[in-house]
Design a protein around this ligand. Structure first.
Ligand code: ATP
Ligand code: MG
Length: 363
């Protein structure tokens, strides 16, 4: 799929801009702080309705303004579609798909698929489990919008359960109601995550092998307090999760928080039998993060039957020329957006079809 055009109004440092894009490579060039990443952010917002840089929509509205608008048209399965987002400071956003308003933000998921690479990706490897959970949750939601609903329900019930645990006298009957619904939603999360990790594991292994000329073996493991096998049914996972919640109840009451469940899980990233988070070099960590992201692109193609749009934010300055070329070549015919502060980077595309956008002070 590809995005044809983008219109933004009062978005970050832009008053108004209308851009028509190349189906293949779009290079955004300009000095620091001019508005290159802002364009990628706007494109990304059309895919999940949220920024990859902030959870606060208010930050996106241009300073001194009350509203912003982001609209774009993209082509998927040879059909034209439009997505529009209206943001108001301190208010709910409005989203229209093909001119029709949607009432739940979850309904935007799975329409326009985007994968973004940024220097922040290193956090995926280096930081705590919540970064990796965020990654898998976001990526699965993009492919399976139903997953987002399960996650939403799960978090809501979890919040209610934790609230009960904070009471001086814990109501056991009420807790049991929450345990039943929590294990029900949680079991779906386990099932989808298990499937996702299985697929990503195979894809990223092959990709990492290519990127490192076969020197490094990448492996990924899902880490959970509940052992989930590939063929486990929803019923069986649910009852095991439910049991575990029951067994752990005294500890939860003491800690006043739920300590068992997918909201405590992690994925472990391993290179040549060592945990990359603990023992990987900077370069290995970076390459592992890139392999994971590249495998996400392949997975979207397998599931959605079209490649996503790929955003590469400032990652060129981090890679040597050989890896830059390898990365671009591995993306083939996919529509890509690249930001860079260096003119020199354009020589990598000399043999390809590309457009250059010069970005200066929000213009
Ligand atoms: P770099 O090369 O350093 O990554 P960039 O071109 O990617 O730079 P952006 O992140 O796209 O830069 O834009 C940053 C600019 O946008 C900054 O000058 C910042 O002050 C401005 N900016 C961010 N949010 C807003 C806002 N809500 N209103 C107005 N300007 C904003
Ligand atoms: Mg930038």
């Amino acid at each position: 799929m590809y995005i044809e055009n983008l219109r933004i109004i009062n978005f970050r440092n832009y008053d108004e801009a209308y851009l028509k894009f190349n189906k293949h490579i779009n290079l955004l060039l300009g000095r620091n702080g001019q508005g290159k990443t802002n364009i990628l952010e706007a494109i990304y917002m059309l895919s999940i309705g949220k920024s990859f840089r902030t959870n606060k929509d208010g930050e996106i509205v241009k300073f001194g303004k009350e509203n912003s608008y982001i609209g774009g048209s993209y082509v998927k399965y040879s059909r034209n579609n439009t997505i529009e987002i209206g943001l108001r400071k301190n208010n709910k956003k409005g989203i229209k798909i093909n001119k029709v308003s949607i009432d739940k933000i979850g309904h935007i998921l799975g329409k326009f698929n985007v994968v973004v690479f940024s220097p922040e990706d290193l956090r995926l490897v280096k930081e705590g489990p919540s970064e990796r959970r965020k990654f898998i949750d976001r990526e699965i939601s993009q492919i399976i919008p139903k997953y987002y609903n399960h996650l939403y329900n799960y978090n809501k019930i979890l919040g209610q359960r934790n609230k009960v645990l904070k009471n001086v006298n814990v109501d056991a009957a009420l807790l049991d109601v929450f345990d039943d619904s929590l294990s029900n939603e949680g079991a779906w999360i386990y099932i989808y995550r298990r499937r996702f990790v299985d697929k990503i594991k195979m894809l990223s292994k092959q990709i990492h092998d290519k990127l490192t000329d076969g020197v490094e073996n990448l492996d990924i493991k899902y880490i959970s307090q509940i052992d989930i096998q590939r063929d486990d049914s929803h019923e069986s996972i649910k009852s095991r999760f439910y049991e575990k919640l029951k067994n752990n109840i005294q500890s939860d009451i003491m800690n006043k928080v739920t300590k068992i469940g997918p909201h405590r899980d992690d994925i472990q990233i391993i290179i040549n039998d060592l945990d990359v988070k603990l023992y990987g070099s900077q370069g290995q960590q970076r390459t592992a993060a890139i392999s994971l992201k590249l495998s996400q692109i392949e997975l979207i193609n397998e599931e959605v039957k079209e490649y996503p749009v790929v955003l590469l934010d400032d990652i060129f300055s981090e890679l040597d020329e050989k890896r830059q070329k390898l990365l671009i070549d591995s993306l083939g015919e996919i529509q890509i957006f690249i930001t860079s502060a260096e003119e020199g980077h354009k020589k990598i595309f000399e043999d390809k079809q590309y457009d250059i956008f010069r970005v200066e002070n929000g213009q």
